[in-house]
Design a protein around this ligand. Structure first.
Ligand SMILES: NC(=O)c1ccc[n+]([C@@H]2O[C@H](COP(=O)([O-])OP(=O)(O)OC[C@H]3O[C@@H](n4cnc5c(N)ncnc54)[C@H](O)[C@@H]3O)[C@@H](O)[C@H]2O)c1
Length: 196
C-alpha cells in the first residue's frame, strides 16, 4: 500500500479501518506528518509553498483528527490522540511564516479537539519537539550552512540535538494511561528551549 497523503481527505479516511482490522480497536493516534519549514521573509512569501505546507502541516492534522475522532466517538471506549507541533508553535523565528503559523495552529486544533471530547474520555494533547536529529533538521542545517556544534547550544540547554526516541518517549507517555488526567496541553520535548 502506498503511503497516504494526509492533505487528501479521501486518503485519510481509509487510514483507520486497517488499524481496527489488525488491532481490534483504535485507541491511540499520533499525527506527525509535516514538511520542512519555509525559508523566505514575508515580502518574498512563496505562496505555492504556503499552500502546500498548510495543506499538510495544518489541514493534514485537522483531517486526521476528523476521521480518528469519528471512529473514537462511535467506538465509545475513550482514546488518546497526540498531535506533533514544534517549538515553533510557541517560539517563532523569522523567515518561516508558514511553518510557524501552522505549528501554532496545531496547538489550537489540539485544544479544540480536547474540549469537544471532554466528556468522552478522549484525550488530545501535543508534543512539541525542539531540535531533533532527523532528515528534516539535517535539511535545515544544510540550508543554513551550519553544523550541530554551532547550532545545538542555541537550541538546547543540554547543548545537543535530541533523538527521535526521546520525542517518542514523551509521545508514549501521552498515549498511555500514565497520563490519564492530561488533556488539551503540550509536552515540550525541547531541552528547555521554549522556557529559556
Ligand atoms: N526534526 C526536528 O527538529 C523537529 C522539530 C520540531 C518539530 N518537528 C516535527 O516533528 C514531526 C516529524 O518531523 P521529522 O523531523 O521526523 O521530519 P521528517 O521530514 O524526517 O519526517 C516527516 C514525515 O512526514 C511525512 N510526510 C510529509 N508529507 C506528507 C504527506 N502529505 N502525507 C503523509 N506523510 C507525509 C514524510 O514522509 C516523513 O515520513 C513533524 O511534524 C515536524 O514538524 C521536528
Amino acid at each position: 500500500m502506498s503511503k497516504p497523503d494526509v492533505s487528501q481527505s479521501e486518503q485519510v479516511e481509509p487510514m483507520v479501518d486497517p488499524v481496527v482490522a489488525e488491532y481490534g480497536l483504535l485507541d491511540i493516534a499520533v499525527n506527525n506528518a509535516a514538511v520542512t519549514p519555509d525559508v523566505n521573509p514575508l515580502p518574498e512569501l512563496d505562496e505555492d509553498y504556503w499552500d502546500r505546507l498548510m495543506s499538510i502541516n495544518l489541514k493534514g492534522v485537522a483531517l486526521s483528527l476528523k476521521y480518528e475522532l469519528r471512529h473514537l466517538i462511535t467506538q465509545d471506549q475513550g482514546g488518546s490522540i497526540i498531535n506533533v507541533s514544534s517549538v515553533r508553535g510557541f517560539r517563532p523565528r523569522p523567515n518561516a511564516a508558514a511553518y510557524v503559523a501552522a505549528k501554532h495552529g496545531v496547538v489550537g486544533l489540539t485544544k479544540v479537539a480536547a474540549m469537544e471530547n471532554d466528556s468522552r474520555n478522549i484525550r488530545v494533547n501535543c508534543v512539541a519537539p525542539g531540535a531533533i536529529d532527523t532528515p528534516m533538521l539535517q535539511a535545515s542545517l544544510v540550508h543554513r550552512g551550519q553544523t550541530e556544534a554551532e547550532f545545538g547550544p542555541r537550541l538546547s540547554l543540554l547543548n545537543r540535538f535530541g533523538t527521535a526516541d526521546e520525542v517518542a518517549q514523551a509521545t508514549l507517555w501521552l498515549a498511555s494511561d500514565l497520563s490519564s488526567y492530561v488533556t488539551g496541553t503540550t509536552i515540550h520535548a525541547d531541552a528547555g528551549y521554549t522556557s529559556s
